[in-house]
Design a binder for this molecule. Structure first.
Ligand code: PEP
Ligand code: CO
Length: 457
């Protein structure tokens, strides 16, 4: 790729970037960031890419989930561990329903930059720069906190590293061992209206594991550990550029700040800076696809981002809304099929279903989220394509941000524990319930690829 460099994006129209007051300070930060050791490795990245290639063919299923925006102040053990726990529980349920292995990708360890529709926010006549995520500025509504501060790139990188370090240590220590699902029980699991259903699945898996191990006379497969991959929206291009490296014995450039960065809906422009940056890295990448995407533009994007049609390279994360998916998705599926392009199709049922309550809180209703997912399964089945994954905003904690679910949370109930600074997340119970419903749907689907070998997780 002779005409690409990690900074060639700077020659293209650039959206959603911070404006820093002191260019020399930015340079110093970039120099420091570029020297720090990487967060992930190229072999992990390549391994994820090959697993995603299998998801594109219906042989694996992608579970991508986490916060809309991570915040520096929540880089703490319980928040991280709870997020791992809910992702593990959901993946167990999905393995059981879908009878295929699940790829776990967190929206974590770097999900610190947010696109905003307005550059400014006005409250009571006071106008300040919008909050753009902790990587850029701070959420407090005062002039000092809203300054775009380049030092935050270093703080974000350090926290991403702390987060990954903790996750890797937990996994290496056996936290995700399928022999011990109690390690990843959440305290309030027993209060969940769906607890019994979940326990039945855990029991069934434990029984079959015990049976196989008795037969084999030893532990089967590498069942005591799982892989977790990190992803974030690759929005802040200076930050991404500083992490873009060459590695020994592999050609090309890798973004070593995350395994799988994605392009947000607002920056998926074939002629724009984000597409320019992303086309040059070797990572598997995601791209959000919204209702305004034209089929020809989507095909053009795929040609730019994946000229050799490498399998596993592109995950298209469609996010239309439960009232739009039926119209918006089929023409895009047809265009990609006509173009003969290989992609992983993944449904984000969150971002097209955001509403405001009478009190002005952003929320999403569980039924709308579920409905978009169920329609996605049907539409893909009708088109002969495969829904290879789901992308969910969730937390392992007991927040009240999305309405509905088994507990029937209503608009008033949101007040109890509404914590998000950006988009509303499913809480622990709602996320597990969603996984159970999706697993039911997968169980009913005919022609599902069957599990290969005894290693299920
Ligand atoms: C997000 O994933 O938080 C987000 C901003 O999504 P989108 O680009 O799809 O709007
Ligand atoms: Co969001």
């Amino acid at each position: 790729m002779a005409d690409w460099t990690p900074d060639s994006w700077t020659t293209k129209p650039t959206l959603q970037q911070p404006t820093y007051a002191d260019p020399q300070e930015v340079e110093r930060v970039m120099a420091e960031l570029s020297r720090l050791p990487p967060l992930v490795t190229s072999w992990e990245i390549e391994s994820l890419k090959s697993q995603l290639a299998e998801a594109g063919e219906g042989r694996r299923f992608l579970l991508q989930g986490g916060d809309c925006a991570e915040v520096f102040s929540e880089c703490e053990s319980s928040v991280i561990a709870n997020k791992l726990k809910i992702l593990l529980q959901m993946s167990l349920v999905l393995v059981h329903g879908g009878k295929r292995r699940v790829i776990r990708v967190g929206r974590f360890a770097g999900q610190y930059a947010k696109p905003r529709s307005d550059n400014f926010e006005t409250r009571d006549g006071v106008k300040l720069p919008s909050y753009r995520g902790d990587l850029v500025n701070s959420v407090g509504f005062n002039a000092e906190e809203r300054v775009h501060d380049p030092q935050r790139m270093l703080r974000g990188y350090e926290r991403a590293s702390l987060t990954l370090n903790f996750i890797r240590s937990l996994i290496d220590g056996g936290f995700a061992d399928l022999h011990h699902p109690e390690y990843w029980d959440v305290d309030f699991v027993r209060h969940s209206p769906r607890a019994a259903e979940y326990r039945k699945i855990v029991q069934a898996i434990s029984d079959s594991l015990g049976f196989m191990e008795t037969l084999a006379g030893r532990q089967v497969g590498d069942i005591d550990r799982v892989d977790f991959y990190a992803s974030h929206e690759g929005l802040h291009l200076l930050y991404e550029q500083a992490q873009t490296r060459k590695v020994p014995r592999r050609p090309g450039w890798y973004n070593l700040a995350a395994h799988c960065p994605w392009i947000g809906m607002r920056t998926a422009d074939p002629g724009g800076a984000h597409v320019e940056y992303f086309r040059g890295i070797q990572n598997p990448i995601g791209m959000k696809v919204g209702p305004a995407m034209e089929p020809e533009v989507l095909v053009e994007l795929l040609e730019r981002l994946n000229p050799l049609d490498e399998p596993g390279r592109i995950t298209l994360i469609h996010r239309f809304g439960n009232d739009k998916i039926a119209d918006s998705l089929p023409p895009l599926l047809a265009a990609v099929q006509r173009a003969g392009r290989r992609v992983v199709w993944c449904c984000d049922p969150m971002h097209g279903n955001t509403k405001k309550t009478a009190r002005g809180l952003k929320t999403r209703h569980f039924d709308h989220i579920l409905s978009e997912l169920e329609q996605a399964f049907d539409i893909h089945a009708d088109a002969g394509t495969y829904l290879g994954g789901i992308h969910i905003e969730l937390t392992g904690d007991d927040v009240t941000e999305c309405t509905g679910g088994a507990r029937g949370l209503d608009d008033e109930g949101l007040q109890r524990s509404y914590k998000t600074f950006v988009d509303p997340r499913l809480n622990y119970e709602q996320a597990l319930e969603l996984a159970l419903r999706v697993a039911d749907r997968m169980r009913k689907m005919t022609g599902a690829a069957s599990l290969e070998g005894p290693v299920v997780f």
